[in-house]
Design a protein around this ligand. Sequence first.
Ligand code: R5P
Length: 294
Amino acid sequence: MQLLAFDDEAALGQKLAEALAWPLAVVQRHRFPDGETRLRLPPALPRSVVLLRGLQDPNAKLTELLLAAAGARELGAAHLTLVSPYLAYMRQDMAFSPGEVVSQRHLGALLATVFDAVITVDPHLHRVATLDEVLPGRRGLALTAAPLLGAYVAQRMPHALLLAPDEEAGQWVRAAAVAHGLSHAVCRKQRHGDHEVDVALPDVSVRGRAVVLLDDVASTGRTLAAAARGALAQGAASVDVAVTHALFIGDALAQVHAAGVRHVFSSDCVPHASNAVSVVPLVAEALHSLVQQR
Ligand code: R5P
């Protein structure tokens, strides 16, 4: 087995390699002045290769990913697995207006032509039940960081109320709460634009409670900010945030804190100052069982 990680993700790659006790090699990149990239892989690869690549900032990374995968095949990788802790383009799962491209389906089909298996964490699957459905004919494994985040919250705040800021986050909040005996509830969200979000709190009292908002991803932070403002307006004692994917684009983190959020905790799927729990053991276990099943 061989684990490959891009140079800017070597730290996560190193942790994963140690957990797996597999060798790690780094995909070296050189950026030419015209924006093209030259990639360099180990000149000879074993039959089974796992490529680590998180797809935050996806448009910049997808070309390199496809080139690295094709290069790995050429250099001997007969079985190629992608570990993408954050798998982008999973949200657009239907055409909401005529002519809209269903990115989830097409990116899934593209990855299925290149990789034998794809492992990710908390992909934003809404109208599709499993990652297998996104990757025609290939193995798709969707792991979840929700119980890890739940454990972290339960340890720090055993009486916290876990709140899902929208219905879709209900699945993660339930998984986190049930595993650790926390109470939970689900808000309702209405999105009016990229930065315009309304969140209605559920019919449970948050007065005096330590509220923790738990979601799969924080992008602009507007969802979490709206939910935090609502909870504090209704008398919550504190509001903290736990997310799997800490994208926090632009002023997102500032917006979240300005809304009254105290602490932000995240998994290390996306490297960020808020990383508090590691998905490495989870991913390592999934890779070990994938290898055993082959
Ligand atoms: C969407 O339903 C997701 O679960 C997140 O709530 C959403 O993507 C967060 O986006 P933003 O941080 O831009 O509000």
